[in-house]
Structure formats: structure tokens, C-alpha cells
Design a protein around this ligand. Structure first.
Ligand code: NAD
Ligand code: DAU
Length: 363
């Protein structure tokens, strides 16, 4: 499945790059949830773009996520670690990307509470290493896929805009906020062209079943307990991954350099209401819901003001939430094999590590 990278192949021939329409895009973390959706989006919408998927293939990276486009002549996979300067140097020398879209990260808050070190290495150091080579190779735009979590918990009557203070409350969000500050340095001090994107919670196909929406659907379909942290009243804002991908595209190509853009829908749910809503759609009894010990430092509410990207770049979400949810429920129901492959072996030991202590303390 891993295509051998060959600089003399048709994939990469500088002579064929005949106009500005033909961009070379290095996507880090392209084997993960959002990255794989973004690569599929690029390959399907821009036949002139060349897309390099630079990914270490951690537990969250899965080349099966890209099976539908893996043979496309404009796509290539490069196995590399953003924390290893040798890997990054090789990729930049081989491909000379016009744009870098940086998704690669340790992305799960619960994991960060147990093992913060890897979050700092990947999310902070990895970003700096990519910025170094992007500067050297005069990348036209470095797009950092940040998160709304960097603002911390937002009180009930507020939506935060891009000027709000960074007040992260867990190692994951602190590492993402740190990376954002390194982007600021790259822009302010080294004059690099950059954008930062802070989106709300994504849902969609190929999301690793450690995150709330796939946990609900997977457990409901298998008649397993659905763990709800604390009192279930924490609020998250939800966006379909395709709408996020469209926002990234617009920002990558037309964002004003140095600017940060929030990406949100205004579509906010208490966790417990979302769980019950999905169970209703699946016609599964809510007695599967199991309240478990809360996440440490659990942010109560996220809520972004996304008027900047809407007013300045003309983006708005296109996918109706109910239609999106129905699509995702159908997708998981039809891709049990994809989920099964992940939910066995290593994933099960993770699942036990995360949930067993919680369940024991509440029983
Ligand atoms: P994910 O965990 O599904 O995927 C992460 C990918 O990064 C995997 O393919 C993994 O193999 C790769 N990776 C990890 N460490 C690496 C390393 N050292 N070198 C190279 N590749 C490495 O994550 P996701 O949910 O798709 O999130 C992608 C990005 O979007 C992250 O930066 C995250 O902070 C951000 N984000 C996520 C959400 C969300 O709701 N999931 C919302 C806003 C922002
Ligand atoms: O807001 C954007 C962020 O969204 C991204 O930056 C992160 O990478 C992504 O993981 C996500 O973070 P959250 O912590 O919000 O997502 P998660 O799916 O882990 O949890 C969503 C909410 O549901 C949160 O309040 C915790 C709760 N939860 C989660 C799980 C996995 C449960 O109640 N039970 C669960 O089993």
C-alpha cells in the first residue's frame, strides 16, 4: 500500500509545473481523520495539484483512510516523522512544496492527560521543525491546523473571536497554543507567510473511535455502554469535516498572511443531548448511557465567533447538521470492518486504560 517515493517519477516533474494553478501541497498527518478527508477533497477538486501525504502512521494514522484515492497519479505517501529533521529535510528537498498544511499531531485530550510528553514533542517541536524547513524552502503558505481548544473554556453568553486570550487547560490544548505562538514568531520575526485555523469539534468519516461521535455510534451499534464524562452538560460546537476542509482550502489559497481564522458553525450541543439524539436516530435505548468519572480539567464550553472567515473570505458551512449526522451514522454502519480493524488489538488496551479506572470509581 505504501507507494515508493521516486523523484524521477511522473508524480514529481518540475518541468510539468507550467502555471500557478499547479501547486505542490505537503499535507502532514494526512493518514489521520481530518487530514485524510482533506487529501481526498484536494485530489477530487484540483486535478492540477500534487499532494504529498507526510505521516508517521502512529496509532491514529491509517492508510486505509485513503484507499479510494491511493492510486491517483497526483497523490503520494511519504512515511516520515515531523519530529525528525532528517525526514522533514528529505521531504522538502524532494518535493519543494508550495503550501504546507500541518495536521500532524497527537490529537486526543484524554491521552494527553496521561502522557503529555509526546504531545509536546509532536505538536510543538514538530511544528518548529516544519517551520524551519518551510522558511528555507520559501513555502508560499504554512497553514497550521490549530483548534478552538486553545481559548480554554468559554462562559455561557460568549463566542470568542481570534483576538481572545489563549487559556488552554490540558496538555493537548497547551501544546497546540504553543505551536500557534511559534507560528506568530515565524510571521513576525522571520517574515514567513502563515495562517492559523482554529476549528470547533469535527465529525465525519474515518474519525478514530476514541472521539465522542464515533464512540457513541460504535458502542450503540454493538450494544455497549456509552461513557458520558461527568454530568454530560459540557458543551461542544460541531462541524462536518467536509465544511472544515472547504475552510482550510479557502484559507490556504486566499487567507491574508499572518492571520488567524476561527471556523465554527454555531451548532452547539450538551454532550448528553447529543448522545441521546444519536441514540434516538439509531433507535437504541438510552439505558446504554453510563455516566463515568469526569475528565480532569474538563472544559465546560467551547464557542467560537467565526464571522471573520465568513465576512472576509466568503466561507460558510454548507452541510446541514442533521443530514451530516445521518450520513455519518450510515457511514459507520457500513464500515464496521474499518472500525473493527481499529477496535481490536492495541486499541482495546488503550480503551481499557482510559475507561476502566473511570468505571471502577463510579460503580
Ligand atoms: P488524528 O489523531 O486523527 O490524526 C493525526 C495524524 O497525525 C495521524 O495520521 C498520525 O499518524 C499523524 N502523526 C502523529 N504524530 C506524527 C508525527 N510525529 N509525524 C508525522 N505524523 C504524525 O487527528 P485529527 O482529529 O485528524 O486532527 C488533525 C489536526 O486537526 C490536529 O492538529 C488537531 O489538533 C486539529 N483539530 C482537530 C479537531 C477535531 O475535532 N478532530 C478540531 C480542530 C482541530
Ligand atoms: O474542539 C476541537 C477539539 O475537539 C480538537 O482540537 C481535538 O483534537 C478533538 O479531540 C476534540 O476534543 P474534545 O475533547 O472536545 O473531543 P472528544 O471527542 O474527546 O470529546 C468531546 C466531548 O465529549 C468532551 O466534552 C468529552 C466528552 N466525552 C468524550 C468521550 C471520548 C464523553 O463524555 N465520553 C467519551 O467517551
Amino acid at each position: 500500500m505504501e507507494k515508493k517515493v521516486d523523484s524521477t517519477s511522473d508524480f514529481f516533474d518540475k518541468d510539468k509545473v507550467i502555471n500557478d494553478e499547479q501547486k505542490i501541497i505537503l499535507v502532514t498527518g494526512g493518514a489521520g481523520f481530518i487530514g485524510s478527508n482533506f487529501i481526498r477533497y484536494l485530489v477530487q477538486n484540483y486535478p492540477n495539484f500534487k499532494v504529498i501525504n507526510f505521516d508517521k502512521l502512529t496509532y491514529a494514522g491509517n492508510l486505509n483512510n485513503l484507499i479510494t484515492i491511493e492510486d491517483n497519479k497526483n497523490y503520494v505517501f511519504f512515511k516520515g516523522d515531523v519530529v525528525d529533521p532528517k525526514d522533514v529535510k528529505t521531504a522538502f528537498e524532494q518535493f519543494s512544496p508550495d503550501y504546507v498544511v500541518h495536521f500532524a499531531a497527537e490529537s486526543h485530550v484524554d491521552k494527553s492527560l496521561i502522557n503529555p510528553d509526546i504531545f509536546l514533542q509532536t505538536n510543538v517541536l514538530g511544528t518548529q521543525i516544519l517551520l524551519n524547513y518551510s522558511r528555507e524552502h520559501k513555502v508560499q503558505n504554512f497553514v497550521q491546523i490549530s483548534t478552538d481548544e486553545v481559548y480554554g473554556s468559554i462562559s455561557n453568553d460568549l463566542n470568542v473571536n481570534e483576538d481572545a486570550r489563549l487559556e488552554p487547560n490540558n496538555p493537548y490544548s497547551a501544546s497546540k497554543a504553543s505551536a500557534d505562538l511559534l507560528l506568530r514568531v515565524a510571521y513576525q520575526t522571520y517574515g514567513q507567510r502563515i495562517n492559523i485555523i482554529r476549528a470547533c469539534n469535527n465529525f465525519g468519516p474515518y474519525q478514530f473511535p476514541e472521539k465522542l461521535v464515533p464512540v457513541i455510534i460504535h458502542n450503540a451499534l454493538n450494544k455497549l455502554d456509552i461513557p458520558v464524562y461527568g454530568d454530560g452538560k459540557n458543551i461542544r460546537e460541531w462541524i462536518h469535516v467536509d465544511d472544515h476542509c472547504r475552510a482550510i482550502d479557502v484559507i490556504m489559497q486566499t487567507g491574508k498572511s499572518g492571520e488567524t481564522y476561527n471556523v465554527g458553525t454555531g451548532n452547539k450541543w450538551r454532550n448528553i443531548d447529543l448522545v441521546e439524539h444519536i441514540l434516538n436516530k439509531l433507535d437504541v435505548n438510552s439505558n446504554l448511557i453510563s455516566y463515568v468519572l469526569d475528565r480532569q480539567g474538563h472544559d465546560i464550553r467551547y464557542s467560537v465567533d467565526s464571522s471573520k472567515i465568513r465576512n472576509e473570505l466568503g466561507w460558510k458551512p454548507q452541510i446541514d447538521f442533521e443530514e451530516g449526522l445521518n450520513q455519518i451514522i450510515a457511514w459507520y454502519s457500513n464500515h464496521m470492518d474499518w472500525v473493527e480493524e481499529i477496535t481490536t488489538g492495541k486499541y482495546m488496551s488503550y480503551y481499557n486504560d482510559i475507561y476502566k479506572p473511570r468505571l471502577m470509581e463510579t460503580q
